[in-house]
Write a protein that binds this ligand. Structure first.
Ligand code: SF4
Length: 179
């Protein structure tokens, strides 16, 4: 059930921001574009257990945690791996997912990651975990909770490929495109 909520959270965020659409709106949303960095996958530590924050009502499991030393302190950096090539702009859902992991690391391990890593097939992006992005995670989580009392949530996009590959398609019923 908790995984479902994370999935719903990400889908909702992606839907909201895709509806806004376009580069200008993206910038207005204040989401980072990401800086390309190099990381050695051999040093990455597979994250086997989910991170659970009762304080924020969130749970999630980043693909990896890579420990880096920043100002003499070892900091776990969450890494989310995507099999596709790097898009022109990282998807809002990817950034919010990664930022959620940053918040989970902050709460569970009591050290705030200064950034997270989005690893695409052809590039790895460093996404700063800013106060603004942190706030967006909390706002989105709150919006999800508020929506829990709503009997039906309508689809908010016209993206056929997205529905075709969606893990919630069977539960979505007639809202799923191509159903
Ligand atoms: S099937 Fe389509 S409308 Fe339904 S949750 Fe998935 S992406 Fe959204």
């Amino acid at each position: 059930m908790i995984y479902l909520w994370i999935g719903v959270l990400l889908l909702l965020v992606a839907g909201i921001l895709l509806l806004r659409g376009g580069r200008r709106q993206w910038q207005e949303a204040g989401l980072p574009v990401g800086e390309v960095v190099y990381s050695d996958t051999g040093q990455w530590e597979k994250q086997e257990q989910p991170l659970i924050s009762r304080r924020y009502g969130l749970v999630g499991r980043p693909d990896y945690l890579v420990r880096v030393t920043e100002n003499g302190q070892t900091v776990p950096i969450p890494v989310e791996v995507k099999s596709r090539r790097r898009p022109a702009q990282p998807y809002a859902s990817h950034i919010l997912q990664l930022a959620t992991y940053c918040l989970l690391v902050e709460d569970v391990q009591k050290v705030r990651p200064p950034y997270g890593l989005l690893r695409y097939a052809d590039a790895t992006l460093r996404i700063p975990f800013s106060d603004e992005l942190r706030g967006q995670v909390l706002e989105t989580a709150q919006a999800i909770r508020a929506a829990r009392g709503v009997p039906d949530v309508n689809r908010n996009h016209q993206d056929f490929p997205r529905c075709r590959t969606c893990g919630y398609r069977r539960a979505c019923g007639p809202e799923a495109l191509g159903a």
